[in-house]
Design a protein around this ligand. Structure first.
Ligand SMILES: [Fe+2]
Ligand SMILES: [Fe+2]
Length: 234
Protein backbone atom coordinates (compact mmCIF):
# COMPACT_ATOMS: atom_id res chain seq x y z
CA UNK A 1 0.00 0.00 0.00
CA UNK A 2 1.30 3.47 -0.83
CA UNK A 3 1.74 5.47 2.34
CA UNK A 4 0.04 8.83 2.60
CA UNK A 5 1.25 9.33 6.16
CA UNK A 6 2.67 12.77 6.82
CA UNK A 7 5.79 12.39 9.03
CA UNK A 8 5.01 15.76 10.63
CA UNK A 9 1.74 14.39 12.08
CA UNK A 10 2.01 13.81 15.80
CA UNK A 11 2.00 10.27 17.19
CA UNK A 12 -1.19 10.63 19.22
CA UNK A 13 -3.12 11.81 16.17
CA UNK A 14 -1.72 8.96 14.04
CA UNK A 15 -2.84 6.31 16.56
CA UNK A 16 -6.15 8.08 17.05
CA UNK A 17 -6.99 7.68 13.37
CA UNK A 18 -5.09 4.38 12.95
CA UNK A 19 -5.28 2.28 16.16
CA UNK A 20 -3.49 -0.47 14.20
CA UNK A 21 -0.29 1.63 14.37
CA UNK A 22 -0.04 1.15 18.17
CA UNK A 23 1.63 -2.31 17.99
CA UNK A 24 4.13 -0.97 15.42
CA UNK A 25 5.10 1.89 17.74
CA UNK A 26 5.27 -0.55 20.67
CA UNK A 27 7.66 -2.81 18.75
CA UNK A 28 9.85 0.15 17.75
CA UNK A 29 9.95 1.49 21.32
CA UNK A 30 8.23 4.73 20.26
CA UNK A 31 6.20 6.37 23.07
CA UNK A 32 2.88 7.30 21.42
CA UNK A 33 0.86 7.76 24.63
CA UNK A 34 2.55 10.25 27.01
CA UNK A 35 4.71 11.34 24.02
CA UNK A 36 1.64 11.71 21.80
CA UNK A 37 2.39 15.36 20.97
CA UNK A 38 5.68 14.46 19.27
CA UNK A 39 5.71 14.51 15.43
CA UNK A 40 6.54 11.12 13.86
CA UNK A 41 9.72 12.42 12.17
CA UNK A 42 11.05 13.76 15.48
CA UNK A 43 10.16 10.52 17.30
CA UNK A 44 12.12 8.56 14.66
CA UNK A 45 15.13 10.81 15.15
CA UNK A 46 14.95 10.50 18.95
CA UNK A 47 14.82 6.70 18.66
CA UNK A 48 17.60 6.42 16.06
CA UNK A 49 15.19 5.25 13.35
CA UNK A 50 15.08 6.19 9.65
CA UNK A 51 11.82 7.90 8.70
CA UNK A 52 11.21 6.15 5.35
CA UNK A 53 11.41 2.52 6.58
CA UNK A 54 9.22 3.49 9.55
CA UNK A 55 6.62 4.97 7.17
CA UNK A 56 6.76 1.72 5.17
CA UNK A 57 6.15 -0.37 8.29
CA UNK A 58 3.17 1.81 9.17
CA UNK A 59 1.83 1.57 5.61
CA UNK A 60 2.08 -2.25 5.80
CA UNK A 61 0.09 -2.21 9.04
CA UNK A 62 -2.45 0.32 7.79
CA UNK A 63 -5.99 -1.00 7.88
CA UNK A 64 -8.32 -0.62 4.93
CA UNK A 65 -11.19 -0.31 7.41
CA UNK A 66 -12.83 3.03 6.67
CA UNK A 67 -14.77 3.40 9.94
CA UNK A 68 -13.77 6.57 11.74
CA UNK A 69 -12.99 5.81 15.38
CA UNK A 70 -12.80 9.52 16.18
CA UNK A 71 -16.57 10.11 16.12
CA UNK A 72 -17.36 8.68 19.57
CA UNK A 73 -19.05 10.92 22.14
CA UNK A 74 -17.29 11.63 25.45
CA UNK A 75 -19.70 9.28 27.19
CA UNK A 76 -18.96 6.47 24.70
CA UNK A 77 -15.21 7.01 25.09
CA UNK A 78 -15.47 6.88 28.89
CA UNK A 79 -17.56 3.69 28.79
CA UNK A 80 -15.08 2.08 26.42
CA UNK A 81 -12.07 3.05 28.59
CA UNK A 82 -13.72 1.66 31.73
CA UNK A 83 -14.88 -1.58 30.09
CA UNK A 84 -11.70 -2.21 28.12
CA UNK A 85 -8.93 -0.96 30.38
CA UNK A 86 -10.13 -0.30 33.93
CA UNK A 87 -11.93 -3.66 34.20
CA UNK A 88 -8.82 -5.42 32.85
CA UNK A 89 -6.62 -3.69 35.48
CA UNK A 90 -9.02 -4.59 38.30
CA UNK A 91 -8.98 -8.25 37.36
CA UNK A 92 -5.33 -8.55 36.27
CA UNK A 93 -3.34 -6.55 38.84
CA UNK A 94 -4.16 -8.56 42.02
CA UNK A 95 -3.40 -11.84 40.27
CA UNK A 96 -0.23 -10.52 38.63
CA UNK A 97 0.86 -9.15 42.01
CA UNK A 98 0.77 -12.68 43.46
CA UNK A 99 2.91 -13.96 40.58
CA UNK A 100 5.42 -11.09 40.84
CA UNK A 101 5.78 -11.64 44.62
CA UNK A 102 6.18 -15.40 44.18
CA UNK A 103 8.80 -15.14 41.40
CA UNK A 104 10.78 -12.55 43.39
CA UNK A 105 10.70 -14.80 46.45
CA UNK A 106 11.72 -17.98 44.60
CA UNK A 107 14.24 -16.55 42.12
CA UNK A 108 15.41 -13.39 43.89
CA UNK A 109 18.72 -14.86 44.94
CA UNK A 110 19.84 -15.79 41.42
CA UNK A 111 18.12 -12.73 39.83
CA UNK A 112 18.59 -9.76 42.18
CA UNK A 113 16.80 -7.41 39.74
CA UNK A 114 13.52 -9.14 40.69
CA UNK A 115 13.37 -7.25 43.96
CA UNK A 116 13.46 -3.91 42.12
CA UNK A 117 10.92 -5.17 39.56
CA UNK A 118 8.63 -6.17 42.43
CA UNK A 119 8.88 -2.76 44.09
CA UNK A 120 8.29 -0.91 40.79
CA UNK A 121 5.28 -3.13 40.09
CA UNK A 122 3.79 -2.59 43.56
CA UNK A 123 4.23 1.18 43.29
CA UNK A 124 2.62 1.11 39.83
CA UNK A 125 -0.27 -1.02 41.07
CA UNK A 126 -1.00 1.30 44.03
CA UNK A 127 -0.84 4.42 41.84
CA UNK A 128 -2.95 2.94 39.05
CA UNK A 129 -5.71 1.66 41.34
CA UNK A 130 -6.02 5.09 43.00
CA UNK A 131 -5.88 6.76 39.61
CA UNK A 132 -8.69 4.77 37.99
CA UNK A 133 -10.88 5.27 41.07
CA UNK A 134 -10.23 9.03 40.82
CA UNK A 135 -11.17 8.96 37.12
CA UNK A 136 -14.37 6.99 37.61
CA UNK A 137 -15.59 8.75 40.75
CA UNK A 138 -14.54 12.34 40.06
CA UNK A 139 -13.23 13.35 36.65
CA UNK A 140 -15.03 11.11 34.14
CA UNK A 141 -18.52 12.02 35.45
CA UNK A 142 -17.60 15.71 34.88
CA UNK A 143 -16.26 15.00 31.39
CA UNK A 144 -19.42 13.08 30.43
CA UNK A 145 -21.57 16.13 31.26
CA UNK A 146 -19.71 18.06 28.52
CA UNK A 147 -21.62 16.02 25.90
CA UNK A 148 -24.69 18.17 26.63
CA UNK A 149 -22.95 21.33 25.28
CA UNK A 150 -24.14 23.44 28.22
CA UNK A 151 -21.93 26.48 28.79
CA UNK A 152 -19.58 26.28 31.79
CA UNK A 153 -18.38 29.16 33.93
CA UNK A 154 -14.66 29.93 33.66
CA UNK A 155 -14.18 28.54 37.17
CA UNK A 156 -15.89 25.26 36.28
CA UNK A 157 -13.88 24.94 33.07
CA UNK A 158 -10.62 25.64 34.93
CA UNK A 159 -11.46 23.03 37.55
CA UNK A 160 -12.00 20.37 34.85
CA UNK A 161 -8.78 21.40 33.09
CA UNK A 162 -6.83 21.18 36.38
CA UNK A 163 -8.25 17.72 37.05
CA UNK A 164 -7.19 16.60 33.56
CA UNK A 165 -3.67 18.02 34.09
CA UNK A 166 -3.46 16.03 37.31
CA UNK A 167 -4.48 12.81 35.54
CA UNK A 168 -1.86 13.45 32.84
CA UNK A 169 0.84 13.79 35.53
CA UNK A 170 -0.30 10.44 36.95
CA UNK A 171 0.07 8.95 33.45
CA UNK A 172 3.68 10.20 33.25
CA UNK A 173 4.40 8.56 36.62
CA UNK A 174 2.85 5.25 35.51
CA UNK A 175 4.87 5.35 32.28
CA UNK A 176 8.06 5.86 34.33
CA UNK A 177 7.33 2.72 36.37
CA UNK A 178 6.72 0.76 33.16
CA UNK A 179 9.98 2.04 31.69
CA UNK A 180 11.83 0.98 34.85
CA UNK A 181 10.32 -2.53 34.70
CA UNK A 182 11.31 -2.84 31.03
CA UNK A 183 14.85 -1.67 31.77
CA UNK A 184 15.27 -3.90 34.85
CA UNK A 185 14.00 -6.96 32.96
CA UNK A 186 16.31 -6.21 30.01
CA UNK A 187 13.32 -5.70 27.68
CA UNK A 188 11.49 -8.70 29.16
CA UNK A 189 14.29 -11.09 28.20
CA UNK A 190 13.58 -14.62 29.46
CA UNK A 191 16.55 -15.98 31.47
CA UNK A 192 17.71 -19.52 30.64
CA UNK A 193 16.76 -20.80 34.09
CA UNK A 194 13.27 -19.22 34.06
CA UNK A 195 10.46 -21.50 35.21
CA UNK A 196 6.88 -21.34 33.90
CA UNK A 197 5.85 -18.77 36.52
CA UNK A 198 8.80 -16.54 35.65
CA UNK A 199 7.95 -16.64 31.92
CA UNK A 200 4.30 -16.08 32.72
CA UNK A 201 5.20 -13.03 34.82
CA UNK A 202 7.30 -11.52 32.00
CA UNK A 203 4.57 -12.16 29.40
CA UNK A 204 1.91 -10.57 31.60
CA UNK A 205 4.07 -7.55 32.53
CA UNK A 206 4.61 -6.94 28.82
CA UNK A 207 0.86 -7.22 28.13
CA UNK A 208 0.23 -4.83 31.02
CA UNK A 209 2.65 -2.34 29.48
CA UNK A 210 0.98 -2.51 26.04
CA UNK A 211 -2.49 -2.18 27.58
CA UNK A 212 -1.50 0.79 29.76
CA UNK A 213 0.09 2.51 26.76
CA UNK A 214 -3.12 2.06 24.74
CA UNK A 215 -5.18 3.18 27.75
CA UNK A 216 -3.10 6.33 28.36
CA UNK A 217 -3.17 7.09 24.63
CA UNK A 218 -6.97 6.97 24.54
CA UNK A 219 -7.17 9.35 27.49
CA UNK A 220 -4.32 11.77 26.64
CA UNK A 221 -4.76 11.88 22.88
CA UNK A 222 -8.50 11.29 22.37
CA UNK A 223 -10.66 11.81 25.47
CA UNK A 224 -8.90 14.83 27.00
CA UNK A 225 -8.48 16.78 23.71
CA UNK A 226 -12.17 16.10 22.93
CA UNK A 227 -13.15 17.28 26.44
CA UNK A 228 -11.05 20.42 25.87
CA UNK A 229 -12.73 21.00 22.50
CA UNK A 230 -16.14 20.66 24.17
CA UNK A 231 -15.09 23.13 26.89
CA UNK A 232 -13.78 25.59 24.31
CA UNK A 233 -16.94 25.47 22.17
CA UNK A 234 -19.53 25.48 24.97
FE1 LIG B 1 -8.07 5.37 32.84
FE1 LIG C 1 -5.81 7.65 33.25
Amino acid sequence: MTSTIDPETNLGQLVRVHPEFAPVFESLGIDYCCGGDTPLAQACEENGLEVQPTLERLADAQSTDSTDPTDASLSELVDDIVETHHDYLRSELPSLERTVRKVARVHGESHPELEAIESEFLALETDVMEHIADEEETVFPEIVTLDDETARTDAEADRIRDAIDHLESDHDAAASHLEAIRRLSDDYAVPEDACTSYRNMLDRLQLLEADLHAHIHTENNVLFPDAEAALASA
